[in-house]
Design a protein around this ligand. Sequence first.
Ligand SMILES: *Cc1c(COP(=O)(O)O)cnc(C)c1O
Length: 438
Amino acid sequence: MLYHSLKNHKNLVSFEDAVLRGLAPDGGLYIPVSIPVLDPKLIHNLSSYDIYTISMTVIKPYIGKSIPEEFIYNIIHDTLNFPFPLQKIHDNIHVLELFHGPTLAFKDVGAKFMAECLSFFSKKIGKDVTVLVATSGDTGGAVAKGFHKKSGIEVIILYPYNGISSLQKEQITSLGNNVLAIEIDGNFDDCQKMVKKAFLDEEIQKKYILTSANSINVARWLPQMFYYFLAYRQIIEDPIELIFSVPSGNFGNICAGIMAEKMGLPIKFFIASTNVNDTIPRFLKTEKYHPLPVKKTISNAMDISDPSNFSRIWHLYKKNMSQLRKKFFSYQFTDEETLDIIEMVWKEHKYMLDPHGAIGYLGLRQYLQTVKKTSASTAIFLETAHPIKFIDDMPYFLREKIIVPKGLETFLSEKRKKQKMSLSNDFNLFKDWLLERK
Ligand SMILES: *Cc1c(COP(=O)(O)O)cnc(C)c1O
């Protein structure tokens, strides 16, 4: 498979180049030149295949000859080593739980998959690769865990001093070795700006092979297609009309779902559910793409107002509003609505949502109440994080009811020293540090 930049359809690169570069030199995101369609028989019989075979079939064409097949299979085996259960909550509403991985959020799959690909490429070219990433919380933890001790790769994570939860901070700073955590005296946007500047800086580029581990990187973005196939595999009755609601921030996850649909998965509608950072819901209403300053919410992994992956979605719908509207809905919800629904779903159905999953649930409900008034659909929302990760934002009466996952209990009981350095919000200091070390 070849990839081109969304800003230039002529320069084609391999999967390897797209992964090593992250973003195309012209600043565009990479997109595959075509989307293979899978055998409908395979999709119809999905439940008779194991998850590794399915995932292999889905991802293989996008990697092509860049990585040998046995190796891809091993990567998938190492990446999908925890469950992705689909559960019915009530009526036709189901939850796909994506938080059973090591850092308790769905980003574990993409981060691990990308780490393995990058490690392979680093060995192949015989050079060390540096992954530079800014995080508003969950990416940092997943990337730290996924890349920890991978030879040939070092990871530099910039996180805002005051912007992430204590558990997230613990996950980023406790590993050490090839994982460098830098606490920036600023907010997430400041971290993001420093990272972007570093990518454009010639002196830094001379010294490092730099790539990003955000969902702009195809090796982090594409494996998220697995979720939709793994959900479909668990549906027992033939769905008449399959709908997915995805809590969305940078829109990488939902965009992977759209790819899965284009590969032949019979998904009827997508619902992009957001918090009050509502650029996309407004875009669908007004046809104007107009990001506003980021607002802080309790679903902080989605506090993004200019979602990078929307350019991919727009491309996939041929930059055509009526095509987009046929398949794609988007709604926004406030923190108050989020807390209310967490409480209600707990009281009525004994299911505990986290603030992100709650937004996914709200999106489904809004769609079912306003657009589709019958229940003749199989409606699935993605639960992207475990509620323990956002315990400080959960309703008071629920906090003590959260069941701490086993692995986390051990993690929290261990005493570790925090391995991090602190920097003021000044690009030149960061640059000097990058150029002087080693
Ligand atoms: C990153 C994240 C999201 C948003 O995912 P995108 O792919 O950026 O849209 C949603 N929920 C949680 C818990 C996350 O960590």
